[in-house]
Design a protein around this ligand. Structure first.
Ligand SMILES: NC(=O)c1ccc[n+]([C@@H]2O[C@H](COP(=O)([O-])OP(=O)(O)OC[C@H]3O[C@@H](n4cnc5c(N)ncnc54)[C@H](O)[C@@H]3O)[C@@H](O)[C@H]2O)c1
Length: 337
């Protein structure tokens, strides 16, 4: 049997990780070409600055798309129409119209699209479902990281309105996990707070409470301006108990579980997809609402590294998650006025 072929579009940045992963798979798949608008000087494989030429000349069986989020839709449409199955990075698309267009193209072509929410391959999720927590009432996410100034200048789309932000990018995995654990989907009521400590167009600190018509209430409190680290811990509460999930260490109630399933391996296997595009519709609906919200409120803080950290923010994040509250409901943030 011939080895299936794969191409990687968006080959620097996070694309390097995909390349390494493809190479680690050995003869299960053959990397035939790379696509990147910047070109890749010195590269031995064929490189295309126009992804359509790559698709026409190589007709790869699989395409990994790791370009900036606002470029995903046209590349994904071209790739499925060229006959490829996709591993499409998160966030897959930026609004529900785009989701529907890609979904229709997948149906029309019979192609498959796995979305790069790798946390959904974590063994904690089936183990959590097996715990028997009863009807879920609350899911709370707490995350506190530090990101230096270079994080917000690393790419032209970093920190830009309608494409980036703490909730839809760095904490996207926790948000997607929470939605998936609760099988939460619209309609819902969204209460949202967005703050920023830096000169960026999006939030680096935020809280939300999502109350669906049917399903558990999700609360999220996260920041990228903390000197203390909280990974993005998820507390799941049901009628019959509670449990605690931590990614990326795959811990359920403090115990690290083996057996993470890789998204590319899952796609190549032909098994049902762990993260088909359809599973990400609630994330896209929520992300579109977040990105359309009023601009974040500027905060002051204390000098740290090359920016400012918000004093006590990790405690506030923890308290907000424990009380299913917004940040403003559990403390005072240092708003610049
Ligand atoms: N799953 C994860 O954990 C994870 C982690 C990091 C990034 N990502 C996602 O990966 C994607 C890329 O992120 P990044 O940080 O590598 O971005 P980046 O801007 O650093 O890199 C994107 C690459 O795509 C290229 N590119 C831009 N437009 C292109 C186009 N139209 N055709 C071909 N190439 C194009 C750029 O030249 C660049 O090399 C984003 O969707 C991001 O959210 C996912």
């Amino acid at each position: 049997m011939s080895v299936p072929t794969i191409a990687l579009i968006g080959a620097s940045g996070h694309g390097r990780r995909h390349r390494q992963h493809i190479e680690d798979l050995g003869d299960r798949v053959r990397l035939v070409a790379l696509g990147d608008v910047q070109g890749l000087p010195g590269e031995e494989l064929p490189v295309y600055t126009d992804h359509r030429r790559l698709l026409a000349e190589h007709k790869p069986d699989y395409v990994v798309i790791c370009t900036p989020p606002h470029t995903h839709l046209p590349i994904a449409l071209d790739a499925v129409h060229a006959g490829a199955d996709l591993l499409l990075e998160k966030p897959p698309v930026l609004d529900l119209d785009a989701h529907e267009r890609l979904s229709a193209a997948l149906t029309a072509t019979g192609r498959r699209c796995q979305v790069g929410f790798q946390a959904l391959g974590s063994p904690t999720l089936p183990a959590l479902a097996a715990l028997g927590l009863g009807r879920l009432t609350h899911i709370a996410v707490a995350g506190a990281w530090w990101r230096p100034a270079t994080y917000w200048t690393r790419s032209p789309w970093s920190g830009r309105r309608a494409v980036d932000g703490a909730l839809v990018n760095p904490f996207a995995h926790a948000l997607m996990q929470a939605l998936a654990i609760g099988d939460v989907r619209p309609p819902w009521t969204l209460e949202l707070e967005r703050f920023r400590t830096r000169d960026i167009e999006v939030e680096d600190t935020a809280a939300l409470r999502l109350t669906p018509v049917d399903g558990p209430v999700i609360t999220v409190a996260v920041t990228l301006a903390s000197t203390e680290f909280i990974a993005g811990d998820i507390t799941v509460t049901g009628a019959d108990g509670a449990a605690h999930v931590v990614y990326p260490t795959d811990r359920l109630d403090g115990v690290e579980l083996p057996g993470r399933v890789g998204l590319l391996e899952n796609l190549l296997s032909g098994d049902p997809l762990l993260v088909p595009l359809s599973r990400t519709a609630p994330f896209t609906a929520l992300a579109a609402q977040i990105m359309a919200a009023p601009d974040p409120v500027p905060l002051t803080g204390v000098a740290h590294d090359d920016g400012v950290a918000i004093p006590g923010i990790a405690d506030l994040v923890r308290t907000a998650a424990a009380r299913h509250a917004l940040l403003s409901e559990v403390g005072d943030l240092p708003c610049a006025s």
